[in-house]
Design a binder for this molecule. Structure first.
Ligand code: S3P
Length: 167
């Protein structure tokens, strides 16, 4: 069994669900945003501010390549991971990708007013809709399994676990 890579929009619950699924499966948990922050010794917002999105994506790609070589676990990715075909190839060759699918309205409510998402600084709701539409095809074509992540955390964790066991 390789990694389980959780993909999906900001606010879809990748980190919360990933941690719980890893616990249930008795496997390590990794979070790509955390790896980027640790390696950069700066927050995601600071990295965006200093290096722009291009610099952040480069760091993100290196973090994916790094985590891919670690012992098999559950990985929460950043929402933009699927923008780079290299990331998708790395994820799929080192395990399985599971998409957490959630409507933009729900995402917007979940994200609330948190200020740590640089892509949502102006007009959160509208930006979320636009980004979700722009990425929809990429998420779907990058996913080995799709889990509806609108319901309770418990139900989502159970569905993701089932998708993992099927692999
Ligand atoms: C991003 C999602 C964020 C983070 C960065 C960019 C995106 O991660 O990687 O702000 O492009 O969707 P989360 O999906 O964990 O919020």
């Amino acid at each position: 069994m390789g990694h389980v890579w959780l993909i999906g929009m900001m606010g879809s619950g990748k980190s919360t669900v990933g941690r719980l699924v890893a616990d249930r499966l008795g496997r390590p948990f990794y979070d790509i945003d955390d790896v980027v922050e640790q390696n950069g010794r700066a927050s995601i917002a600071e990295i965006f501010g200093l290096e722009g999105e291009i610099g952040f994506r480069e760091r993100e790609r290196r973090a994916v390549a790094d985590v891919a070589t670690r012992p098999a676990g559950v990985v929460a990715t950043g929402g933009g991971i699927v923008l780079d075909p290299d990331n998708v190839a790395t994820m799929r060759s080192s395990g399985k990708t599971v998409l957490l699918a959630v409507d933009p309205e729900v995402l917007s409510r979940r994200i609330g007013d948190s200020e740590d998402r640089p892509l949502l600084t102006d007009g959160k709701e509208e930006r979320l809709h636009t980004i979700a539409m722009e990425r929809d095809e990429r998420y779907r074509s990058s996913a080995d399994a799709v889990v509806d992540a609108t319901g309770s955390i418990d139900a989502v964790v159970t569905d993701v676990e089932a998708a993992c066991r099927e692999s």
